[in-house]
Design a protein around this ligand. Structure first.
Ligand SMILES: Nc1ncnc2c1ncn2[C@@H]1O[C@H](COP(=O)(O)OP(=O)(O)O)[C@@H](O)[C@H]1O
Ligand SMILES: [Mg+2]
Length: 264
């Protein structure tokens, strides 16, 4: 289990896959909202310079005065960076494009892979009363993603139910192994979540069969269907759970949250 030398605090989950467009941000927002619907306090950390999670939760670019860039490179404390969202029990540490230079600036920093860990494991974090911190990673295995893995208790991997889905997974697993060997021996794999699943499509079924055969129990039982409501919700700057609670997408993310909580 967790390192006893660490202060008691939230469970930190890095949502990672170096492929873009596989559902990382969508999962961060909607799993966050679904955990909040289960009375959990959730902090979303936007670690992608594109800032899609921040936008998807309605944080106007002009209101991103303190960001995850400041958290990493300006020693800004998390309590100064986080903002409430329109969703009860969901907060966000927003990102702007400033973060795109962080990857390079980190290289010369002695603590380059530990900065997010130090920010999110600071003693004051326990006082915030968060149950979960979800980190929305960029589509790359760069220093930002490594920071997320060093800070995290576990990694959650969204896997798009598409051709070549499993391609690149071995690279991701290699990075996880390296992080375990160097900086975070306790890093677990929370699970692999199949996203954008099309129940009418044999390809989705094939990808699921391959994933379950290769990864076994690591694959969540819950699959997230391709659902137009899920893709529409961000343009209203709310999670699908608020946009259309009865949609298949909402129900799937609630089920994923339940599955995650039942594994605790
Ligand atoms: N379950 C889903 N159903 C329909 N569209 C989805 C679903 N999940 C993600 N999308 C859409 O796919 C695109 C990529 O998703 P996103 O979460 O931004 O991926 P990533 O963060 O991995 O780059 C977005 O336009 C998003 O709205
Ligand atoms: Mg994203």
């Amino acid at each position: 289990m967790s390192d006893p030398s660490r202060p008691r605090g939230p469970k930190i989950i890095a949502i990672t896959n170096q492929k873009g467009g596989v559902g990382k941000t969508t999962t961060a927002i909607n799993l966050g909202a679904a955990l909040a619907a289960n009375q959990k306090n959730v902090l979303l950390v936007d670690l992608d310079p594109q800032g899609n999670a921040s936008t998807g939760l309605g944080i106007d670019i002009r209101d991103r005065d303190h960001t995850t860039y400041d958290l990493l490179l300006e020693e800004a404390p998390i309590e100064k960076v986080l903002k409430p969202t329109s969703v009860e029990r969901v907060w966000i540490a927003p990102a702007t494009t400033d973060l795109s230079s962080a990857d390079i600036e980190l290289v010369s920093n002695e603590k380059r892979i530990h900065l997010l860990h130090d920010a999110l494991r600071a003693p004051t974090v326990a006082d915030l009363g968060m149950d979960f911190i979800l980190i929305d990673c960029p589509p790359s295995l760069n220093l930002l993603t490594v920071n997320a893995m060093v800070a995290a208790d576990s990694v959650l991997v969204p896997l798009q139910s598409e051709f070549f889905a499993l391609e690149g997974l071995s690279q991701l697993m290699l990075t996880i192994r390296e992080v375990r060997q160097t900086a975070n021996p306790d890093l677990r794999i929370e699970g692999v979540a199949l996203t954008m699943y099309d129940f009418r499509n044999n390809l989705s079924k094939q990808v699921e069969a391959d994933a379950r055969e290769n990864l076994g129990n690591l694959v969540f039982k819950t699959v997230i269907p391709r659902n137009v409501r899920v893709s529409e919700a961000p343009s209203f700057a709310i999670p699908v759970l608020e946009y259309e609670p009865s949609s298949k997408g909402s129900q799937a993310y609630l089920a994923l949250a339940q599955e995650l909580l039942s594994r605790e």
